[in-house]
Design a protein around this ligand. Structure first.
Ligand code: EPZ
Length: 419
């Protein structure tokens, strides 16, 4: 298995280009199942999660080609409707094929999904939402067997214990585009990735209103057609590089980063004392003075994203004073805290909060990545630590960060991958 070796203490400087959003790419690729026509998606990042979704589409009879950052999906054998355990169990995003398959092919057999180990990740809201619009659901041998012959628009409430659900909204939204009649999704997620999905579906001919709000209305149409679409930039990748600049006391320009989708992070970084400037075509982040500790709570969009919680924690470990991070989406998403502890961080867990006492400097140690975002928290810690940090189990990083080492090296970091 590969490892990352990072020699810390170098200030990051320069420009980094932000890639297309992983969490927009996955539902949009799944949405191509809603049509028999050709779809072209641009700005698709090269990631193992994207490769997995492409394999799932091929398994479902689509013909898919990826050339650079452009993915073309064309019709093949549309009788296929089984998405197998071997593929679906490797990532959560794969559950997005359920709604489109049920709506377009009227039948789906989709394994229960897997994904990062960040606490319980039920799919009750996906199933409830689809049932509310008439999808017949049965569970058999670890598979969801869905029948879509009676799909009919309806009013769907999608709130759970932890607020709205991003991918449940995606699933119901996609299925509702081909339902008879009108659907209203209440307590819908309004993450930028859901908005991008709605924009894509509208280009395919779907009738959707209210995306970017907590009530999305869909008027079903008989068929959808192909289209060309460019994915939004990855706000979590951008946020990660902003935090990397902050933790190394650097000065980084994030080309293509979308300021509007990062307001919660920018607000907190400014409160901490970091200089964050919206510039033409990107964001510039510059460390100018010692940062102040923060009180951060993760929430559904437009709140502070849970997918930046671990990276923010890494920054707080070296920010003088007491910081508190409260995790309201995945209360158990703190595996990185103990690994940061190996590097000298002082973190007490009072779930769902973490209390962090900032120290002067982290020290290097062998650490292990546990999930995608926790892995980058360790990378950030390694970039700031004294000495050489060794991170194992880094395959998680390849799921969600395009060319991470190359991008960091271009900013001056001393980072390499070894077998
Ligand atoms: C998406 O996951 C993202 N994944 C996650 O990013 C992200 O952390 C999450 O949204 C929250 O922003 C993709 O887009 C592929 P949810 P999703 O359903 O949609 C509970 C990353 O690192 N819930 O919005 O699966 C759930 O347990 C990944 O890129 C139910 O109770 O998340 C959580 O507490 C990790 N029942 C909350 O809702 C359900 O049926 C929000 O989860 C579904 C979810």
């Amino acid at each position: 298995m590969d490892k990352l070796i990072i020699r810390g203490g170098i200030k990051l400087r320069g420009t980094v280009k932000i890639s297309g959003a992983k969490n927009a790419a996955l539902p949009l690729l799944a949405a191509t199942l809603l049509t028999d026509e050709k779809c072209v998606i641009k700005n698709v990042p090269t990631l193992t999660d994207v490769d997995t979704m492409i394999k799932i589409l091929i398994e479902l009879g689509k013909r898919v080609a990826k050339s650079g950052d452009v993915v073309t999906v064309e019709s093949g054998d549309d009788r296929k409707c089984r998405a197998p355990y071997e593929l679906i169990s490797t990532m959560r995003g794969s559950i997005c094929v359920l709604g489109p398959l049920a709506a377009k092919r009227k039948k789906a057999e989709v394994s229960f999904p897997g994904g990062c180990v960040i606490g319980p990740r039920p799919i009750d809201l996906h199933l409830k939402g689809l049932q509310d619009i008439g999808v017949d659901i049965k569970i058999k041998s670890g598979y969801i067997i869905a029948g879509g012959k009676k799909i009919k628009g309806s009013r769907v409430y999608l709130g759970g214990h932890f607020g709205s659900s991003v991918l449940a909204t995606a699933n119901v939204l996609m299925a509702a585009t081909l339902a008879k009649g009108k659907t209203a999704i209440e307590n819908a997620a309004c993450e930028p990735e859901i908005v991008d999905l709605a924009v894509f579906l509208k280009k395919m001919g779907a009738k959707i209103r209210g995306e970017a709000s907590h009530r999305i209305e869909v008027s079903g149409v008989r068929r959808l057609h192909g289209c060309t679409h460019r994915l939004i930039p990855d706000r979590i990748e951008a946020g990660t590089y902003m935090l990397a600049a902050a933790i190394t006391k650097g000065d980084v320009f994030l080309r293509n980063a979308a300021c509007d989708s990062l307001l919660a992070l920018i607000d907190k970084l400014k409160e901490s004392g970091l200089s964050v400037e919206r510039q033409r075509n990107g964001i510039r982040v510059k460390y100018t003075k010692p940062l102040k500790p923060l009180d951060v709570t993760t929430l559904p969009y437009p709140g502070f994203p849970t997918d930046l919680q671990a990276q923010m924690m890494a920054l707080m470990t070296v920010t003088k004073g007491i910081s508190v991070i409260t995790e309201k989406i995945y209360p158990e998403r703190f595996i990185h805290a103990s690994e940061l502890g190996r590097m000298g961080a002082s973190i007490v867990l009072e779930r769902p909060s973490a209390i962090i006492k900032g120290i002067k400097k982290l020290s290097s140690a062998p650490v292990m990545a546990s999930d995608l975002r926790a892995s980058t928290a360790l990378v950030l810690a390694g970039l700031a630590a004294k000495g050489t940090t060794e991170i194992s189990r880094i395959y998680h990083l390849d799921r969600g960060y395009e060319n991470l080492e190359a991008k960091l090296r271009a900013l001056g970091a001393d980072i390499k991958r070894v077998k």
